[in-house]
Design a protein. Structure first.
Length: 262
């Protein structure tokens, strides 16, 4: 009698053989990344390795010249940032994309501002929703009426992450989420990402912070010179191996494409 096998969900996001050029400059070549459901997937590499370009393709800012993107096992074409949002992708860019002259509540609601009727802004609801998200995430940044320009760099980073969490989408992309943070704030971001993983969300995170990567990620893709050279389960690798893959001291995997997509 055959034993029924449990259903394995399709990966949340896949890139296969993705390439991107800007004029005569080849930024990406044959990039393969697979991020699973309920997983924190780190992308690491030296400056110029192609990490940010890869993330911008995932969220629709750039369109690939070749290769394939899949969400939940289905091939997709992400034409722009709006399409990425509708497909279930939220993103926190390194520049945060916050409006300094607006307050915390308004920044957190940008793109989905609650209204009364057709034209009137529902200010009370906007502030209540922002305060609830911040409270749920145990974020303390003062009043939600505080202007973003009055916050520290670390507080702005946390607000940008909270805004992405508020969207409640199945995939979250983060570009260097701990770059402006101290030790305590970095640990807090790790806790937030862990909660998202428990909720079944896929988190894809670019980071130079190896301590953060090894403490929080489930898997790591290493990029070098515009290519994905290896992917490792975090628990099965070491800092020395990952650094060797980043620098080229370790060559990486020879097979870079999945025969499923051949």
């Amino acid at each position: 009698m055959a034993i029924a096998q449990p259903d394995i969900p399709a990966p949340a996001l896949e890139m296969r053989g993705v390439g991107k050029s800007f004029g005569n400059v080849k930024a990406l070549s044959n990039v393969d990344i697979t991020a699973g459901v309920a997983e924190i997937h780190a992308i690491v590499g030296d400056n110029g390795a192609g990490k940010s370009t890869t993330l911008k393709i995932m969220c629709g800012i750039f369109r690939p010249d070749q290769g394939q993107l899949r969400l939940g096992g289905k091939s997709v074409e992400i034409r722009d940032a709006s399409a990425a949002h509708h497909l279930g992708i939220s993103v926190v860019h390194q520049d945060l994309a916050l409006v300094e002259c607006l307050d915390i509540a308004t920044n957190m609601a940008l793109g989905a501002i609650p209204r009364r009727g057709r034209f009137r802004l529902d200010r009370r609801r906007m502030e209540t929703e922002a305060a609830k998200v911040l409270d749920d995430l145990k974020i303390r940044v003062g009043s939600v009426r505080t202007q973003i320009g009055l916050l520290s760099g670390g507080e702005r980073q946390i607000v940008a992450i909270a805004r992405a969490v508020r969207m409640d989408l199945p995939i979250m992309l983060l570009d260097e989420p701990t770059a402006a943070l101290g030790v305590r704030e970095t640990a807090h971001v790790g806790e937030i990402l862990g909660e998202l993983r428990q909720q079944g969300k896929a988190v894809i995170c670019i980071s130079h912070d190896m301590d953060f990567v090894f403490r929080n990620s489930d898997s790591i893709t290493v990029m070098r010179l515009g290519r994905s050279v290896a992917t490792r389960r975090t628990k099965d690798t070491s800092r020395d191996e990952i650094i060797g893959l980043i620098t080229g001291a370790i060559q990486g995997d020879t097979a870079s494409s999945d025969p499923t997509f051949a």
